[in-house]
Design a protein around this ligand. Structure first.
Ligand SMILES: [Zn+2]
Length: 120
């Protein structure tokens, strides 16, 4: 494996993501805390958070958004497009994402364990 700039930070963010997601349903406040850490590590090291992770972090309180646990997911259809709306149960913030075809059920990666390695 070649050495990539920011590799340690990716591992750290990956780790923080695992914890944040794991505790989200039990302790959204702590999940927000770890979500904040992920964003701070990314900012400090000028790293991009993988889009699949970024979507799961509430932009307001930075809690992990998990359907039916810390968030509510709704699919809204308009004539031209389909939109997935996520509402954070912790702070009430709403986010809309365009739904890709046939992706509404598998919008998050099945196995997010190695997600930050995808970027490397
Ligand atoms: Zn929130």
């Amino acid at each position: 494996m070649k050495k990539v700039h920011g590799n340690d930070s990716f591992q750290r963010m990956n780790y923080l993501y695992q914890i944040s997601k794991h505790i989200a349903s039990k302790n959204p406040t702590l999940s927000s805390y770890y979500g904040n850490l992920i964003v701070n590590v990314a900012k400090k090291n000028v790293l991009k958070i993988h889009p699949d992770i970024k979507w799961q972090i509430c932009k307001k309180c930075r809690c992990m958004l998990i359907d039916k646990e810390t968030a509510t997911m709704k699919i809204k259809r308009t004539e031209e497009s389909k939109v997935i709306q996520w509402s954070c149960n912790t702070c009430g913030a709403k986010r809309n994402f365009p739904a890709k075809k046939n992706q509404e059920k598998t919008i998050w990666l099945e196995n997010p364990k190695a997600i930050f390695e995808v970027i490397n």
